[in-house]
Design a protein around this ligand. Structure first.
Ligand SMILES: C[S@@+](CC[C@H](N)C(=O)[O-])C[C@H]1O[C@@H](n2cnc3c(N)ncnc32)[C@H](O)[C@@H]1O
Length: 373
């Protein structure tokens, strides 16, 4: 069956952040609020296809990992009916998605329930598309390395096979500005999710990440504040926004790497090398004044160490000290991503929001939001 859907794919539990970010971007780029999306699981949003909205998402949307145009769906569970249906749909397709396409590559996801192996599904989808296009006089070849179009096929929650074009051509969480540093750099799109979940407002909030590692949170927040493109050289959406962002770490090498990363990303951060406890409210306000403005509110946004090397006693000390420091700042909010089982207890404060957010595939983390107490 022919369908036409704009699909934003992200990490689990990020639908709300992805939707809020698209509303903000669409307001500036297409001048209209997108329709309410259909939610597919906790990390996928589906909108009716809209070329302008898709271009905006592709260019500026930071919280998704993929932007996909779904073109066909099928309820088939075996290879032959899938081939027949898809080849016929492609042959009858007049939308021209393959007009400028010479080569394709096919990826499949979540097809475990399909009555065939992954490779066979790939082969069937590929043959159906190539044969269907040929029936319209379009010649498509396969190029696994650098295809013009990356075709993705997967099963959705309702058991339909969806076939579409991944407009991001693979995951785009790697932004290009980052050289990894420190123990566990956060994936970039999750840093963008944290800023949105914490309601970071660059016009009002002084943002501080006192344990910045590679600088991911600070840099993503600065780029989002300006509405910088995720890839390419489109103009920033809010070029005049000058966020005040402090990033610190006690590890000298890590601070140097974060500074390099910020330079590559083209953002200005106020860098601090040292223990977070040395960052006082007075210092923050003085740095902000030096940088031009003192924002009226403040937000701590960070992901503290949580690895196995951190034993329970050390974890309690560290998270307890972090809570004391955060309180000492006065009226700052705090948004913290942590996967350590001791965190919530040791931090001690009552959270306003707690939601599962996994910083890596093997650790179940949570994002906590605290209001000044
Ligand atoms: C999980 S990493 C942060 C990763 C970072 N979000 C990124 O994307 O690269 C935690 C960082 O906290 C730093 N750190 C640990 N204890 C600290 C302390 N007391 N003061 C300042 N930084 C500290 C470590 O050096 C490490 O870089």
């Amino acid at each position: 069956m022919r369908i036409d859907t704009l699909r934003l794919v992200g990490s689990a539990q990020t639908n709300r952040a992805m939707e809020a970010e698209l509303v903000r971007i669409a307001g500036k780029t297409v001048g209209a609020r997108p329709p309410a999306p259909k939610r597919d699981g906790t990390g996928q949003l589906a909108y009716p296809w809209d070329e302008a909205l898709a271009t905006a998402a592709l260019t500026y949307h930071r919280t998704s990992t993929r932007v996909v145009r779904d073109l066909y769906s099928s309820g088939a569970r075996r290879l032959e009916p899938l081939y027949d249906e898809l080849a016929a749909d492609v042959a009858a397709d007049d939308r021209g998605w393959d007009r400028a396409v010479r080569t394709i590559s096919v990826e499949v996801r979540r097809v475990a329930e399909f009555a065939a192996g992954e490779r066979q599904v790939v082969g069937t989808v590929k043959n159906a598309i190539v044969d269907g296009a040929r029936a319209r006089g379009v010649t498509l070849a396969v190029d696994g390395e650098r295809p013009d179009a990356l075709v993705v096929a997967r099963l959705d929650d309702r058991g339909q096979v969806l076939i579409g074009i991944d407009l991001t051509r693979g995951t785009r969480t790697r932004r290009g500005w980052r050289r990894d540093a420190g123990e566990a750099p956060l994936r970039e799109h999750l840093a963008a999710v944290m800023a949105i979940e914490a309601r970071y407002d660059p016009r009002k909030d002084l943002l501080v990440d006192p344990m910045c590692g590679a600088g991911t949170i600070a840099i993503e927040a600065a780029l989002a504040a300006r509405g910088a493109p995720v890839h390419g050289d489109a103009p920033a959406l809010w070029p005049a926004t000058k966020p005040i962002i402090v990033a610190g770490d006690r590890d000298l090498d890590v601070v140097a790497a974060a500074r390099d990363n910020a330079r590559r990303a083209g953002v200005d951060l106020i860098m601090h090398r040292g223990e977070f406890a040395a960052i006082t409210r007075d210092k923050l306000l003085a740095w902000a004044a030096d940088a031009g403005t003192v924002p009226p509110a403040g937000l701590v946004l960070c992901n503290p160490p949580w690895g196995e090397r951190l034993d329970v006693a050390d974890a309690r000390l560290l998270y307890g000290a972090l809570a004391d420091w955060w309180r000492s700042l006065g009226d700052f909010r705090a948004g913290i991503l942590c996967a350590h089982p001791e965190f919530e207890y040791a931090f001690g404060a009552r959270w306003k929001m707690k939601k599962p957010l996994s910083a890596s595939s093997n650790l179940r983390g949570y994002f906590y939001l605290y209001e000044p107490q």
